[in-house]
Design a protein around this ligand. Structure first.
Ligand SMILES: [Zn+2]
Length: 198
């Protein structure tokens, strides 16, 4: 199915929309019959696909589309397990991208450095705030980012964000404009779509 220069398309088992394969979540069945999230499309075997949207995942589980797609190879399909698997994959993916941005010198961390960079219009494409950031710092950063039209997103605890960077706690990071920042924004959007309530 995969041909050079031709973007392979797949169909979401829930809404039946066809999209580029890379814009869908892939699922595979492990030898023991467990349904696994293959977010990065790396596991061998037959795959089934859904949109990166909690509604499609819910519908697929409710209508037993996974059992149908895999012809009964997977028995117990748990929405909660799949959701957790997908959240974990997205967290890992974002953490890897943030780590790559740091290694390639495209990231600034710490509220003072980020606020200074925003003021100097240092070319940030994205500001990432920890979920447990103090309200006072968050307010300052959000205000400055809005003034300079830099999108802000929230993810990770301060401890986790620091760990991703190999440092102590960090409540704010900013990423310079570029391919990495673009990819990060897409993955953060996907995360927001997956954790959305209802
Ligand atoms: Zn769908």
């Amino acid at each position: 199915m995969i041909t050079a220069g031709n973007k392979p398309q797949r169909t979401c088992i829930a809404c039946r929309e066809t999209s580029r394969q890379t814009e869908l979540v892939r699922y595979v069945v492990a030898p023991d019959g467990t349904l696994l999230v293959d977010y990065r499309h790396r596991l061998p075997g037959r795959g089934a696909y859904t949109c990166i949207d909690i509604q499609c995942l819910q519908d697929a589980v409710k209508r037993k589309q996974f059992q149908r797609s895999f012809r009964g190879q997977c028995q117990d399909v748990s929405l909660e397990d799949l959701r957790q698997g997908l959240n974990a994959a997205l967290l890992q993916r974002v953490a890897n991208l943030v780590g790559m941005a740091r290694k390639s010198g495209q990231l600034v961390s710490g509220s003072n450095a980020v606020l200074l960079g925003l003021r100097k219009q240092a070319g940030f494409a994205l500001v990432l705030l920890a979920e447990d950031i103090s309200a006072g710092i968050a307010e300052k950063v959000l205000e400055s980012a809005e003034r300079h039209q830099v999108p802000c997103r929230q993810m990770f605890s301060k401890g986790m964000l620091g760990q991703v960077l190999g440092k102590g706690e960090r409540s704010v990071v900013a990423v310079q404009a570029g391919d990495l920042a673009d990819t990060l924004l897409i993955e953060l959007q996907r995360y927001a779509q997956m954790v959305r309530e209802n």
